[in-house]
Design a protein around this ligand. Structure first.
Ligand SMILES: Cc1cc2nc3c(=O)[nH]c(=O)nc-3n(C[C@H](O)[C@H](O)[C@H](O)COP(=O)(O)OP(=O)(O)OC[C@H]3O[C@@H](n4cnc5c(N)ncnc54)[C@H](O)[C@@H]3O)c2cc1C
Length: 290
């Protein structure tokens, strides 16, 4: 099928994009990589009178490290993030999550901003953003504001973005020290959206005790989830003798996974616990090596 007719706008500045969104309200939609929006429009699951294409807005692209933060422009392609040495060094969790997104053809066009704004609860990037306490830069005609990741994701495909908001960039804090990072997921086929998955970061002190940890889960609820109970259970604990399977079960117990044609809630909770345990084990091993 083809999309219903729409007016096409291609601004070159964020301010102009925000002004167009402000003018047309909920009759307008932003186009980034098109990997989610175009199928939705082509199948006529949604219809918009105006499409505001961000692909010519250069100021929305790029990866920049300053002090303890990496700022990534919303229109930065997933494939560029996958290959970027700064991301690999400073935000390894994001680098490790990227190859799990669909196939390389999708990552060549798909953007980080598109993935976050689309807010699919089974997507990898939203879970990384929540786990690492990323901050979202949101621009509208009134200016730019910062939204913390835990306030950005509201529900399935719903975010804190208003109709005239452009997600302009995402800031990730850099973890230093004896750190390890791992991503685990279970999908029916490689490249499919995950049935359940986990992204984990662990920092160890000099005595192999957990100085801090971050566990993000996806496919386990209507938003990406932070396993705060499991993180609390690990805080200060020595990794020797730490029962990671129990930590995984604690993480899964805090979720309310969907029951759908792809998997039952019981399956997701049971496999989700295993996925968390596996990711934590790999993250801890990496931290010990470093
Ligand atoms: C076959 C297939 C498999 C896939 N598998 C996975 C997977 O395993 N994991 C995964 O995470 N994703 C997967 N995806 C989705 C893919 O990652 C998309 O790239 C992503 O969801 C959307 O990014 P995009 O840049 O293409 O955004 P678009 O499709 O252009 O836009 C998506 C939505 O976000 C809004 N939006 C985009 N950018 C902005 C912005 N800067 N400000 C405000 N709103 C904005 C749009 O208006 C739209 O509502 C898959 C897609 C396909 C087709």
């Amino acid at each position: 099928m083809k999309p219903a007719p729409f007016a096409y706008h291609a601004p070159e500045r964020v301010a102009d994009a925000a002004a167009l969104l402000n003018e047309f309200g909920d009759e307008a939609k932003v186009l980034a990589g098109g990997q989610s929006l175009v199928p939705i429009m082509a199948l006529r699951l949604a219809r918009f009178e105006h499409v505001v294409d961000l692909n010519r807005v250069d100021e929305l692209r790029g990866i920049e490290r300053t002090n303890g933060t990496v700022r990534i422009g919303a229109m930065t392609r997933q494939a560029d993030i996958e290959r970027d040495p700064t991301v690999a060094e400073a935000i390894p969790l994001l680098a490790k999550a990227t190859p799990f997104i669909g196939h390389f053809q999708i990552r060549n066009r798909g953007t980080i901003g598109g993935s976050l704004a689309h807010a699919d609860p089974a997507a990898e990037y939203p879970a990384v953003a929540v786990a690492l306490d990323a901050e979202f830069e949101v621009t509208n005609p009134g200016g730019t504001r910062a939204v913390p990741a835990d306030e950005f994701f509201v529900s399935t495909f719903m975010t804190a973005l208003d109709t005239d908001d452009v997600l302009s960039a995402i800031r990730f804090p850099v973890w230093n020290g004896r750190c390890g990072f791992a991503v685990e997921e279970v999908a029916r086929r490689f490249g499919d959206f995950a049935l359940t998955g986990a992204v984990c970061a662990v920092e160890l002190d000099g005595e192999d005790k957990v100085a801090r940890s971050a566990i993000g889960m996806f496919g386990m609820g209507s938003t990406p989830l932070r396993a705060t109970d499991a993180e609390a259970a690990m805080a200060g604990a020595s990794v020797i003798g730490l029962d990671l399977e129990e930590v995984g079960r604690t993480a899964a117990a805090q979720t309310d996974p969907p029951d759908d044609i792809h998997a039952s809630a019981t399956y997701r909770r049971s496999v989700g616990a295993v996925v968390v345990a596996r990711a934590l084990r790999r993250a801890i091993e990496e931290a010990q090596r470093g």
